[in-house]
Design a protein around this ligand. Sequence first.
Ligand SMILES: Nc1ncnc2c1ncn2[C@@H]1O[C@H](COP(=O)(O)OP(=O)(O)OP(=O)(O)O)[C@@H](O)[C@H]1O
Length: 246
Amino acid sequence: MSAPILSVRALERRVGDVEILRRIDLDVMPGEAIGVIGPSGSGKSSLLRCIAGLDEVSGGAVMVEGRQTRPGDGAVGMVFQQFNLWPHLTARENVALALKLVRRMPAADAAAKADAALARVGLGALGGRKPAALSGGQQQRVAIARTLAMEPRVLLFDEPTAALDPELTTEVLDVIRDLAAAGTTMLVVSHEMGFIARLSTRVVFLDHGVVVQAAPPAALFGAQAEPRVRSFLQTYLDRVAWARDA
Ligand SMILES: Nc1ncnc2c1ncn2[C@@H]1O[C@H](COP(=O)(O)OP(=O)(O)OP(=O)(O)O)[C@@H](O)[C@H]1O
């Protein structure tokens, strides 16, 4: 039996009196795609940011391949809602920047690696374009390539399509789906429930900083849903019904 690639142990995050995450335990096996869902403010972004080392934790541990992660060790890579590309740099230069600055890679090697990463997200031909000459979906794919180029062991996506017009979400979700199919271990926070249901090996439902249920999508979106999960999902169905009846 293989060992977890990511272990979250009794993870806590408090800010002042506010308990944002309360003793989160999660083991993720290599190649798993974990969907993370829950109400607004339940702690989804905080969980990802703590795993990535971007938010300070108040207790517990995050381990990748059995080793406690350290800031800057590159074990975990994260893709955000906002693409955060440098507007004056081309797609290739945006992807190559951290390889040069953080990994101290020679410029020619970094550019070649950037091109390979851009090819993986279907942008092999557009490396010379600046962000303004790319659609929002393409910009987010550049941001994904930038993270991939650093070769993290675990990839985190925090609402990767939330800043996109609806017609541009599919190309980004397709890239994430392809990465999962290629065996990339990932955690994905998204409100795209259909996507989460199809993508995930397991879905984690958070509420008030607690894991209420972690189960395969067939269970969590089906008859075995915990009551709190069920009522949350009902709000989605209500919204669809509201739109249909409008
Ligand atoms: N630095 C902070 N100081 C105080 N409270 C914070 C801080 N960061 C987050 N919170 C609070 O922690 C809770 C969890 O926030 P978080 O952004 O992780 O939730 P979320 O589930 O990702 O929400 P959403 O779906 O709306 O993005 C929220 O109540 C938020 O207001």
